[in-house]
Design a binder for this molecule. Sequence first.
Ligand SMILES: NC(=O)c1ccc[n+]([C@@H]2O[C@H](COP(=O)([O-])OP(=O)(O)OC[C@H]3O[C@@H](n4cnc5c(N)ncnc54)[C@H](O)[C@@H]3O)[C@@H](O)[C@H]2O)c1
Length: 272
Amino acid sequence: MTKGMPGRLEGQIAFVSGGLRGIGLAMVERFVTEGATVVYSDLDPEDSALVAETSARLGPNVSYVRADVTKENDWEAVRDYVEQRHGALHILVNNAGIDLTGPVETTALNDWHRIMAINVDGVFMGTRIFTPLLAASGGARRGGASLINVSSIMGLVGYADTSAYNASKGAVRMFTKAIAIEFCTKKMPIRANSLHPGFVHTPLLQAGFDRWVAKGAAGSSQELIEAMAGLTPLGRLAEAREIAAASLFLASDESSYMTGAELVIDGGWTAQ
Ligand SMILES: NC(=O)c1ccc[n+]([C@@H]2O[C@H](COP(=O)([O-])OP(=O)(O)OC[C@H]3O[C@@H](n4cnc5c(N)ncnc54)[C@H](O)[C@@H]3O)[C@@H](O)[C@H]2O)c1
């Protein structure tokens, strides 16, 4: 935010799932800098050292709720918390997600169900539980409330040994288009768009690379980072703050004519 200028999200209430690390954390940081009041959730206990340190750093306009996106009860508790504390929600980011790699013929059904539960059911439940509050809050904004579902380039193009993740992110992409049309048809003031990051250096990506190294697929995670950078037209991985910058555009009224769309931030990966 430029000093002295109002923030781009002044007066807005936002919720970000999976906001304690990586892309979600960068979004929380950017939204609060732009004047929003932010509630974020993750799996870590509310009294954990990481939550205490993060919340202290982010200041009084940010609060944390422990919630597992696969649990309906947790979503109800989050909705009650936001409603009671803030009485409105203008921006919902369904960000929490996990990855899963491996050949299709050895992917266990349990692992398939687990990734779908977090990456797909979590997005569905977050959308469902917050739709009434978003609709009630969105009328006050030119562009309506903004719902952002985090997909991936893996929701746009296939990749070897990533079929479960590909399928989950493809579902997020199509679900987002369907609800965008549903909201328009019913004249509900909510825009819904999906966000499609390329390779972003976060704890999730690092853990994935570490697993490949453990399987003997590469000598070190640095080797994998360099290989992925080499396959990316811009020649490097993204930083989480670069994805947060795109989410800020979707969250703000600057994207007021955008709904049902895909915002791709991938260093040119899917342009090839
Ligand atoms: N990192 C990338 O390269 C990349 C690329 C494209 C899309 N994405 C997507 O972006 C989103 C964020 O990814 P990231 O790289 O920041 O991951 P990350 O692992 O660094 O952060 C994700 C956060 O979500 C939390 N989380 C996981 N399961 C949860 C659950 N059941 N309930 C609540 N919180 C949960 C984790 O604890 C973590 O804090 C994910 O949806 C991911 O699929 C990531």
